[in-house]
Unconditional design. Structure first.
Ligand SMILES: [Zn+2]
Length: 214
């Protein structure tokens, strides 16, 4: 279950499914990543399904998933409506953050991230963070088809031309064997007072973050 918490003075969102390590989503409350006290890595997101493992490099161009295997770095990705995914492998003690907008979701970036982690899906805890929800996310026929084509069971994943990106991501993960998934109930558009929404705010450049530090 997701709940609001404070990190220092700042309001953040976390899940009781993943208390260890530091895995959370920021809000409109501007968060200073320096408080994490580590090197902070963020990729140049392009709505791709490219996933990289964090190493000595500082820059990760054209990358929408970062895998973290060390305790010295922190990673974060930026969001305003797109679906943030945080993964943690409880056996290997490694994690990842991925960016699943419709393009990333259509390219199955969630399963692709777990594959690149070389994790057993049974060992994975998955958090599906705040994103635009089925209430507010209307798409065209082509996008709807591309999204629904990624899963075998399409029950409950759409309502007319509105699609549920969070549930489609969850279904993709369930279909490869992930069974510990927490899905954030908040819609970034309906809950625009807490989160940024690209659609609601007419293309805002502001972003909330999904953050992971082992
Ligand atoms: Zn909504």
């Amino acid at each position: 279950m997701f709940y609001f918490d404070n990190f220092g003075e700042k309001k953040i969102l976390r899940s009781d499914l993943l208390q260890e390590p530091n895995a959370f989503f920021t809000t409109r409350d501007e968060f200073d990543l320096a408080v994490l006290g580590s090197r902070v890595i963020s990729p140049n997101q392009t709505h791709s399904s490219n996933v990289e493992i964090v190493d000595k490099r500082i820059e990760y161009p054209n990358t929408d998933g970062l895998i973290l295997t060390n305790q010295n770095d922190a990673v974060f990705l930026r969001f305003a409506d797109c679906t943030p995914l945080i993964f943690y492998d409880t056996k290997k003690k490694i994690g990842a953050v991925s960016h699943a907008g419709w393009r990333g979701t259509a390219a199955k970036i969630g399963p692709k991230t777990i594959e690149k982690m070389e994790s057993n899906p049974r060992d994975i805890i998955a958090l599906i963070g705040p994103a635009i929800s089925v209430c507010c996310y209307e798409v065209g026929e082509d996008v709807k088809e591309k999204l629904l084509d990624t899963v075998k069971s399409k029950d409950g994943l759409y309502n007319g031309m509105n699609v549920d990106l969070k549930l489609i991501n969850a279904r993709q993960l369930e279909e490869i064997g992930v069974n510990k998934i927490d899905i954030c109930p908040y819609c970034t558009s309906c809950n625009n007072d807490f989160f940024y929404s690209y659609r609601k705010e007419n293309g805002t450049r502001n972003r909330h973050l999904a953050v992971l530090k082992l």
